[in-house]
Design a protein around this ligand. Structure first.
Ligand code: ATP
Length: 239
């Protein structure tokens, strides 16, 4: 197996078309680690995930995964390499059932069967099993978020990228989602987590990066970041 970090981003600048968003980003995620990306609205957090998953374009720098260069690789190549992106806003198929949503997310990356992977998703989210034949549009916001995570898990990721999984959820439900994120990490998955809920994210994360105006302004151990008085300043301050 390759040594070095699972995901390594070096000197990355990226954006959309001619619009530059990120500048000189350096970031690493190790195996089994939960890496948190924090920052105010418009900081570039989503663009960072989009750059990794091949949706935004890198104009400088490199992204490697397991030592393999995936800079500007096509989204399907990135998924097949073992990175799954659970986008902001729970992009599920509203007019399909829960079960059909999982079928549509199964890419057959390994020789594990659909049934086997589905069983694992249902183990993490028993409520999805209960409602498997119901329309995705009819379940609660929290359950839709669970389904979005479940869909990402169907791709058997080594690294799971989650964009604001707690957005718009009641605190109790957000905690449930975070408990499952911790379970996944304990089972060996690496997590790259974009989150607005700073406290919750730093409680469960190992390492954190703070972005503002497209640059990494601060990074360190999550616990250290939680105690860092400059976090607030860096969070609110501009370039
Ligand atoms: P939020 O929490 O609001 O989602 P964010 O930190 O995820 O914020 P991004 O969504 O990455 O920030 O946005 C960073 C910048 O990129 C913003 O100025 C935004 O206007 C711009 N941007 C985002 N998506 C696109 C796009 N598809 N085309 C052009 N510019 C974009």
């Amino acid at each position: 197996k390759t040594s070095g970090p699972l995901l390594k981003i070096e000197g990355l600048s990226s954006g959309y078309g001619r619009v530059g968003v990120l500048t000189d980003i350096n970031l690493e995620a190790d195996r089994q680690e939960i890496v948190v990306v924090l920052g105010p609205n418009g900081a570039g957090k989503t663009t960072l995930l989009n750059s990794i998953s091949g949706v935004a374009r890198a104009t400088m720098g490199t992204i490697t995964f397991e030592g393999r260069d995936i800079t500007n690789a096509r989204p399907e190549t990135v998924v097949r390499a073992g990175l799954a992106h659970c986008p902001e806003g729970r992009q599920i198929f509203q007019r399909l059932t829960i079960e059909e949503n999982l079928v549509a997310a199964h890419i057959g990356r390994s020789n594990r069967s659909f049934e086997d992977l589905r069983a694992e998703v249902f183990d993490h989210f028993p409520v999805l099993k209960e409602k498997r034949n119901g329309m995705a549009s009819r379940i609660s916001g929290g359950q839709q978020q669970m389904l979005a995570v479940g869909r990402a898990l169907m791709a058997e990721p080594k690294l799971l990228m989650l964009d604001e999984p707690s957005l718009g959820l009641a605190p109790l439900i957000a905690h449930q989602i975070f408990r499952i994120i911790l379970d996944l990490s304990r089972e060996g998955m690496s997590i790259l987590l974009v989150e607005q809920n700073v406290q919750l994210a730093l409680e469960c994360g190992d390492y954190a990066y703070l972005l503002n105006t497209g640059r990494v302004r601060l990074h360190g151990d999550a616990q250290h970041m939680a105690e860092h008085s400059a976090l607030g300043d860096a969070y609110l301050g501009g370039a």
